[in-house]
Design a protein around this ligand. Sequence first.
Ligand code: NAP
Length: 296
Amino acid sequence: MRNVTRREFAVLATTAVMGPPAFAQTPALLARPIPGSGERLPAVGLGTAQVFDINDEITRRKAAAVLQALIANGGRLVDTSSVYGDAEMVLGDVIASAGSRDSLFIATKLESPDAAELKRSLRRLKLDKIDLLQFHNVRDPRQSLAQFKDWKEQGICRYVGITSTRHEQYAAIEAVLLREKPDFVQIDYSLDDREAEKRILPAAAEVKAGVLTALPFGRARLFRAVRGEELPSWARGFADSWAQFFLKYLLADPRVTAVIPGTADARHMADNAGAMRGPLPDPDQRRQMAEFADAL
Ligand SMILES: NC(=O)c1ccc[n+]([C@@H]2O[C@H](COP(=O)([O-])OP(=O)(O)OC[C@H]3O[C@@H](n4cnc5c(N)ncnc54)[C@H](OP(=O)(O)O)[C@@H]3O)[C@@H](O)[C@H]2O)c1
């Protein structure tokens, strides 16, 4: 069998995620099907760790602007957790005030399969149903998702998932992923930390789990590494900013369903959402990007 050319790869990758191109000039938005259902999810979302920790007026105003920027730029996914300070409360207040619930795909995480913790998260988010409920920081290969699946059966959540951002927990994540076959796995994956490519992305593909990439900028480590540097000329065809350069590396892997960069800045949200537009790097360009990151 002959190798696929760069151009053919670009067309295949685009067609696989967005369907056949309608009009070449229409700037299509990158959305990927959730493997378990086929529901399409815009490929850039919002992470909320550390950015909305305190439920005060200033934070609520920032969160409202960021969520507005997410929605205005075609995004839907918001990822939070029961342990991100007051973030669930901030989101609950802001989403209720804006009446934006139906425009969003809301994901949260629980520390354990505990009904009291779930009830608290739903109360704080002002929701009776959540889109995605994730088991936070899976660290034991024997951890069961039975309770989470039961909540899904009851209609309390539409999808279940597991998360981790620690390499030493990858064996546990892989084992739970393969055995429990959740709808999603959320894993740390960035241009300068590609460990997830070795075992987590292949395992996710095997069990048809969607992949959300936590820490896509390595907690801003990537921005610090390129501070003062211009975007390379060879990247100008697919990225308008460093943020889009970093995110498009991840999105060019068709196994990635969505990236969830964290931000408290509406302009950064709009910039990040720009990674859903325009071409993705092809395999040669991705290799060049990885070499670039390795040399930083
Ligand atoms: N175990 C787990 O399940 C786990 C663990 C960690 C994280 N997560 C999830 O992953 C999400 C992402 O991780 P993270 O927020 O810690 O780190 P990150 O997304 O890798 O980086 C966030 C940092 O990048 C900056 N930033 C964002 N967009 C930018 C832009 N366009 N230009 C310049 N700077 C930009 C942000 O600052 P500004 O606020 O100034 O934009 C912030 O300092 C979390 O929010 C959380 O939802 C999950």
